[in-house]
Design a protein around this ligand. Structure first.
Ligand SMILES: C[S@@+](CC[C@H](N)C(=O)[O-])C[C@H]1O[C@@H](n2cnc3c(N)ncnc32)[C@H](O)[C@@H]1O
Length: 376
């Protein structure tokens, strides 16, 4: 049965909307950081890189809902995402609800709010949506939602920091962003072959394997291929995936993305391309021009080579560099016309424009512009 769900969007809500649109139907933003969407299956938050919490609509009152699920004992918190909400009011509402539950013979513990909504960390550490008897109710206007999933920040941090082969110079693609890039390819069937032709230390390939896809990685550098291999072996062991076909069929190879002949049939491509030199302050004009030329040549060379080797409709999602300017805007490669001529359609989103698809952290000089394509 198709049901409506609520998503609490991440730090860059437009990117969350694009990710949701790629996987679900009827995505509707309802405020700056909330959206509803529809799905025939219960959505799994662990496969969404940019969504903080997912809620299921409660048709009864919060009291009826909690009385129904409590089994004599309940730990709960309320997160109010309505306009004008504050911690004082939310805590008051939760304590009032607790009193009534106690009167009904239910032992209740309230998760106290520091702000109108519980932070993702508080919800995660209290095992909301995972542990029996632990609930978070979201209020938005007159509607109430029961949280069924919270972003697993512990698992993302482990995938990022505990992998054995890391290289700060190659860049640190956050696992969440890798997952977003893969999801922007759409809902691929299990065992699809996912190519990252600039695989570096293998973050995209790691996330692809976790999502049930066969990792296929190539990179110009032999050292990077060794790093990817080490990281994928580590993850497969950690997650008990060594017997799975996604691990058995993975392939890693040294190759230049501009002229390599990929031997496997490719179902989707997701990658962070070459990003140019690392930078700690915005580049001067001449340096920026040089960097742009260098990066464009590699990225367009790769797309030209790939176009001959993939079928019509193959999703190709690339994160390319965009540079911070002294006025805090981002300077882009502006390659969309050339990309069109090379045989790719740019995918447009209902709620998001290309301008919104820049993934960055505060003060980061080399950000990533996400470009979602399909082979014509
Ligand atoms: C920004 S890094 C990608 C990092 C990667 N996402 C990871 O998880 O570590 C870019 C990678 O592109 C590789 N590279 C640069 N030029 C290339 C080319 N022409 N063909 C293939 N790989 C290339 C570099 O060796 C580097 O590993």
């Amino acid at each position: 049965m198709v049901m409506k769900y609520l998503a609490i969007l991440g730090r860059q809500p437009k990117i969350s909307l694009a990710e949701l649109e790629s996987l679900f139907d009827t995505v509707e933003p309802i405020s700056e950081n909330l959206a509803t969407f529809e799905s025939g299956n219960s959505p799994n938050i662990n496969r969404l890189g940019s969504v903080l919490k997912i809620g299921e609509k409660i048709e009864s009152s919060p009291l009826e809902f909690l009385s129904g699920v409590a089994k004599g004992k309940v730990t709960f918190g309320i997160s109010d995402y309505s306009r004008g909400a504050n911690a004082y009011k939310t805590n008051g509402e939760a304590l009032k609800l607790k009193k009534i539950l106690v009167r009904h013979g239910i032992k209740a513990r309230v998760l106290q709010n520091k702000t109108a909504a519980l932070s993702t960390a508080t919800s995660h550490h209290n095992q909301i949506g995972e542990k029996d008897g632990h609930f978070e109710l979201i209020k938005y206007g007159k509607t109430w939602w029961n949280v069924i999933g919270v972003q697993n920040i512990t698992s993302y941090a482990k995938r990022d920091q505990a992998r054995p082969a890391r290289d700060a110079k190659v860049g640190m693609l956050p696992p969440k962003l890798a997952q977003i890039l893969i999801n922007l390819c759409g809902d691929l069937p299990k065992n699809s072959v996912l190519l990252d032709p600039f695989c570096g230390t293998g973050v995209v390939l790691q996330e692809a394997m976790l999502l049930g896809y066969i990792p296929y990685g190539t990179d110009l550098s032999e050292r990077m291929i060794e790093y990817s291999k080490k990281n994928l072996d580590w993850l497969a062991t950690e997650k008990n995936l060594t017997n799975q076909s996604t691990y058995a069929k993975m392939e890693l190879c040294v190759g230049d993305a501009m002229d390599f002949d990929w031997s496997k049939d490719i179902d989707a491509v997701a990658c962070e391309t070459y990003l140019g030199s690392p930078m700690s302050k915005p580049p001067v004009e001449i340096k920026l021009k040089e960097e742009k030329q260098g990066c464009s040549a590699i990225i367009l060379g790769f797309l030209k080579n790939l176009a001959k080797q993939v079928k019509t409709d193959t999703p190709v999602v690339i994160a390319v560099p965009a540079w911070l300017r002294p006025d805090k805007s981002y300077s882009r490669l502006n390659m969309l016309d050339e990309i069109d001529k090379l045989g790719y359609n740019l995918i447009r989103f209902k709620n998001v424009s290309q301008r919104d698809l820049i993934y960055h952290r505060d003060g980061q000089v080399v950000a990533r512009e996400i470009i979602v394509l399909r082979k014509k």
